[in-house]
Design a binder for this molecule. Structure first.
Ligand code: HAM
Length: 422
């Protein structure tokens, strides 16, 4: 048993996992740049009050899941449990409201939530997050959803379902909540204790309950889409119109309420097959009140975040292939110890010429060749013997076993042609 183990809910992402990570992050970043998003990196920890206010005091995240601590200066800080609040803080603090609208920002990095670990649920995980600030039109919601769509299309995984709902706004939501609470009060003896508590603290979350006893009450509950004000109804209709025009399939899910308090109007999730029922690989929506709530000018905004661990898990479960990360093409071996100084010089020179080269650290020639094979090299440069006396190195092709000699002069150029297949 090792003396130290990684904390519960965390993962080591080993070298053999990295091709998946590299592929997902590179694809997300390439698409974000192509869509006109700029990258924003915010601190991994922020003032605790930012999340309490931004995400909402009655959410599971703020009530139970934050990694909060006091630093040595007595400041209350929290490891970010999501990106959006920090992105909005940075938007206001850096005067981005003065930039031409829309302001489009993406971020990639670790997120921390003290959740009960289970399949696809970690305490440290990573998100690709994308936000559009400054546009009230449903076109921004569409742009956000298109990026999510494109991401999964480029990652080539199937079995996806886009879940869409509207959570209304401060004008129409209170009326809906009243109707929802009245429905639940009428069925009070049928619901679970958690829902009884949610009814007091965060009534919308009752719709999210997974307990069997609550399902009939959820099924007969009033639907928020039937309580929307004119503005929210028009917004929802317009967005659906865009999606229909583009032929993008989606499911209206009146139970989709999301676990963060800042949402207004559109909310959506993408569910994927492969890691248990209905695993959300991304979620997001519109949050028109958040910038103002955090001290900025009234600014409509919309965004989403994809969980990279879950994306990778789904890709593996669905057998999606990813390109391998390139191994150095060349490997330097030596015949006799006296050849080592030249081998080292070659190593440094070839690397300076931007070639991928590794070198044997010891062993017989036979074991050096084995090392080269194991490390995925295509060619071994063998330094020593007669070739060295002639100012040449032997170059062995590990794929076909062929061997030829190259002069040391202009070796980098020669190897570059060889690597390119010439
Ligand atoms: P969220 O739904 O809490 O939204 O998280 C987004 C995604 O992060 C989820 O769909 C899931 O893929 C992944 N995720 C969440 N929790 C975990 C976990 N414990 N382990 C592994 N993956 C997880 C947000 O965070 C919002 N800030 C998204 C957003 C951006 N809304 C507007 N802009």
């Amino acid at each position: 048993m090792p003396r130290f183990k990684r904390p519960t809910g965390t993962q080591d992402i080993l070298p053999q996992e990295q091709p998946y990570w590299h592929h997902v992050v590179q694809t997300a970043e390439r698409l974000a740049l192509r869509y006109g998003y700029g990258r924003l990196d915010t601190p991994i920890f922020e003032e605790t009050a930012l999340f309490a206010r931004g995400v909402g005091g009655a959410t599971d995240i703020v009530e139970k899941e934050m990694y909060s601590f006091k630093d040595k200066g007595g400041h209350d800080l929290t490891l970010r449990p999501e990106f959006t609040a920090g992105v909005v803080r940075a938007y206001i603090e850096n005067g981005m409201q003065k930039l031409p609208k829309p302001v489009k920002l993406y971020s990639i990095g670790p997120i921390f939530r003290y959740e009960r670990p289970q399949a696809g649920r970690f305490r440290q995980f990573h998100q690709f997050n994308a936000e559009i600030l400054g546009v009230a039109d449903p076109l921004a919601d569409l742009e956000t959803m298109l990026l999510a769509w494109d991401l999964y299309e480029h990652l080539e995984f199937g079995g996806l379902s886009f879940q869409l709902n509207s959570t209304g706004c401060p004008t129409c939501r209170p009326g809906y909540i009243e109707a929802l609470v009245a429905h639940y009060r009428a069925h009070y003896d049928q619901i679970c204790d958690d829902c009884k508590r949610r009814l007091e603290t965060n009534p919308l979350r009752v719709l999210d309950c997974k307990k069997a006893q609550c399902q009939p009450v959820i099924a007969s509950a009033p639907r928020i889409t039937e309580h929307l004000c004119d503005d929210c109804r028009l917004h929802f209709q317009t967005l659906r119109g865009y999606l229909d025009t583009l032929g993008k399939p989606y499911t209206i899910n009146p139970r989709l309420v999301r676990g963060l308090d800042y949402y207004t109007k559109t909310v959506f999730e993408v569910w994927a097959e492969g890691i248990g029922a209905q695993a959300a690989v991304c979620g997001g929506g519109r949050y028109d009140g958040l910038v103002e709530l955090l001290g900025g000018p009234p600014t409509p905004a919309v965004g989403f975040a994809a969980g990279i661990e879950r994306v990778v898990m789904v890709m593996k479960a669905q057998g999606v292939a990813v390109p391998p990360l390139p191994a150095p093409t060349f490997f330097i071996a030596w015949l006799e110890k006296s050849a080592r100084p030249l081998a080292v010089r070659l190593l440094v020179e070839l690397r300076a010429a931007d070639l991928g080269v590794q070198m044997a650290m010891g062993g017989s020639l036979r074991s050096q060749l084995r090392q080269a094979n194991r490390r995925g090299a295509r060619f071994v440069l063998i330094v020593g013997g007669d070739e060295l006396a002639r100012g040449e190195v032997a170059c062995k092709n590990l794929l076909d076993g062929g061997q030829e000699s190259f002069p040391l002069e202009n070796l980098a150029e020669r190897l570059r042609r060889l690597e390119a297949g010439g």
